[in-house]
Design a protein around this ligand. Structure first.
Ligand code: H2U
Length: 347
């Protein structure tokens, strides 16, 4: 039998943040593709788009002539503040609970063509600062504040104007709940945050790093499920929440976001679609700064593309019924992204 080669031989990898395994089958990259392809569409928004400065939204409200970021209450929110609570379950198999919350939309820039990689570092910094403001304000009242960006029609984004959403809830969503538990268990066992240990190891191994600066590392996690999934991890201190970031960390974050998303766009010469967002310690009235030493604030990018601008990864049969499976290895994905230029292909 030949020796194990992770780029040839299938294996499973453990995700300690979610207590899940992923099947890595790199030999599958060689299979031919005659299935669905995505159309490459020019997603430059129409000048009449509803997120533009001065535009009239679906509800008839008019946006101000904003010049930087702009936040408004989502006109079609999935979470409302005041709704009746469901009655107590009469059987353990039929549990429900109250869900209260609020949803906001945040435009990144008045110019509809300025996606994150095309924005200046200063403009991205303004976005980060507004994320901090929103997390701080909503986090005072809500247990979880989820900031996320859906980019590209393939990710269900309804409007290509650069924007994100902010959903705040009185409950801990599943991803947060599992990550809270896993990080707590690791911290109790090792007396060190899981992600502090993880960054240290990744910086030593240097196998999955996409790019880095003095404050942040962008890498394809060892346990990544999406082909070009990335994580942004702080390398100094132990920020538990976005509100803990220092001025240097915010500056560094703006520049590494630009670097990573530029490489993403350059990979297949397209406006690279993804869903991205931030995870930090839970908030709300039962939490206070510094109370969650097991948590390290981090960013997550989940892009769907696999082979080209038109062929995406489908998380279907085996993934739905068994567990996530990926084709190229995280190390191969990191290398491909590392080799991409830091200068945007449109420039
Ligand atoms: P996407 O991030 O998936 O593109 O969603 C954009 C959000 O903007 C969506 O949740 C909101 C939609 O409800 N929106 C408004 O609140 N008002 C509008 O006039 C247009 C879109």
């Amino acid at each position: 039998m030949t020796d194990f080669d992770p780029t040839e031989h299938q294996h499973i990898r453990y995700n300690p943040l979610k207590d899940e395994w992923v099947l890595v089958s790199p030999h599958r990259c060689k299979r031919p593709w005659s299935g669905q392809t995505e159309e490459v569409v020019d997603e430059t928004p129409q000048t009449s788009n509803q997120l533009m400065p001065g535009a009239v939204r679906a509800t008839g409200q008019r946006n101000p002539n904003y010049t930087s970021t702009y936040v408004f209450e989502n006109d079609f929110p999935a979470l409302l503040e005041d709704v009746p609570s469901p009655s107590v379950a009469d059987h353990p198999l039929f549990q429900s609970a109250q869900a209260r919350g609020t949803c906001r939309v945040m435009c990144f820039h008045p110019d509809p063509t300025k996606t994150v990689p095309l924005m200046t570092v200063e403009e991205i910094l303004a976005v980060i600062q507004e994320w901090v403001n929103q997390t701080s304000e909503l986090g005072a009242r809500y247990t979880w504040v989820q900031v996320f960006e859906n980019k590209g029609a393939v990710m269900g984004c309804s409007n290509p104007h650069p924007h994100c959403q902010i959903w705040a809830s009185n409950f801990l969503p599943n991803e947060a709940r599992v990550k809270d538990r896993c990080q707590k268990e690791y911290f109790n066992k090792h007396n060190k945050p899981l992600l502090v240990d993880y960054v240290e190891q990744e910086l030593k191994k240097k196998e999955r790093i996409i790019c880095e600066n003095e404050e942040w590392v962008a890498l394809v996690p060892y346990w990544a499920t999406w082909p070009y999934e990335a994580m942004l991890l702080p390398r100094n201190g132990r920020p538990q929440r976005m509100t803990d970031l220092s001025a240097e960390q915010k500056n560094g974050l703006a520049s590494i976001m630009k670097m990573l998303t530029t490489k993403y766009d350059n990979l297949f010469k397209c406006s690279f679609p993804y869903s991205m967002g931030w995870h930090g310690a839970p908030t709300g009235q039962s939490h206070s700064p510094g109370d969650s030493p097991h948590w390290v604030f981090h960013g997550l990018y989940y892009p769907p593309l696999l082979r080209s601008a038109t062929v995406k990864k489908f998380m279907v049969g085996y993934e739905m019924l068994a567990q996530a499976q990926r084709d190229l290895t995280p190390e191969q994905a990191a290398e491909k992204l590392r080799m991409c230029s830091d200068t945007h292909y449109k420039k």
